[in-house]
Design a protein around this ligand. Sequence first.
Ligand SMILES: C[S@@+](CC[C@H](N)C(=O)[O-])C[C@H]1O[C@@H](n2cnc3c(N)ncnc32)[C@H](O)[C@@H]1O
Length: 238
Amino acid sequence: MKFSRLIQSLKLPNTKPQTLKVPDKFNRNSINVTSLMTPEQSGAWLLDRMRQQIGFETYADKKILDFGCGVRFSQAIINTSLPFGEYVGVDVCYEMIEFLQQRVTDSRFKFEFLNGFHPLYNPAGIVLSPDTRLPIDSDFDVACMFSVITHQHPFDCQSIFSILRRYVAAEGHLFFTCFLDDSIPAFADRSPEQNGGRCFYNPAYLRRLAEDCGWQFVNRAPSEGPIIGDSFVFQRDQ
Ligand SMILES: C[S@@+](CC[C@H](N)C(=O)[O-])C[C@H]1O[C@@H](n2cnc3c(N)ncnc32)[C@H](O)[C@@H]1O
């Protein structure tokens, strides 16, 4: 489908007067997406895509852990009044998390700063390990990462997959988007600076990384234009 037609076919929500206004400096999304639609629209569309891919009827009774949360999904849920159970956002950007903690007063939301090392997003942080603890509950219906694995080298992927498994309920899911390339044996960071700017994975290699951390493969969906990369769903191994 041509991309302009894809955009027209998306059922994008009307954005109401903003309750959560976010300074531009906290925008984490590519111009290829922000030039086409508001963060509320892309956020709501992506959440609905994840809902369908996992098989949830609604988010109204769900508890979501958004790892590498940025601001977009908070904007989408709050500014379009999306039905939602609970939302916990974790990110390595201290200033952005502090902003969200101060501005979002709805008690269904919680935000936590994680001082994890990332060469681009938090160069002063501490390297994550599979044992890194998060100050959150451990009964989430899904842990999700949108445009986060696209910025991780394999060692950090392993740590993150292992960490998240501990915070998801027994029947819970893992959802993430990624850049895939069948022609590479394992992994390639295609950013000029080699700083996690644009990370590609061989699909079988990435799947095995998650499986080795206690996740069972459920399904995979192809990318759609610039809005969403390839995406995987896993379920927690018992
Ligand atoms: C491209 S942005 C995507 C933000 C959001 N998920 C979205 O789709 O709008 C990547 C986000 O992941 C965060 N991040 C990168 N590495 C991380 C890590 N190891 N732990 C937690 N957050 C991380 C960055 O700070 C940034 O906010």
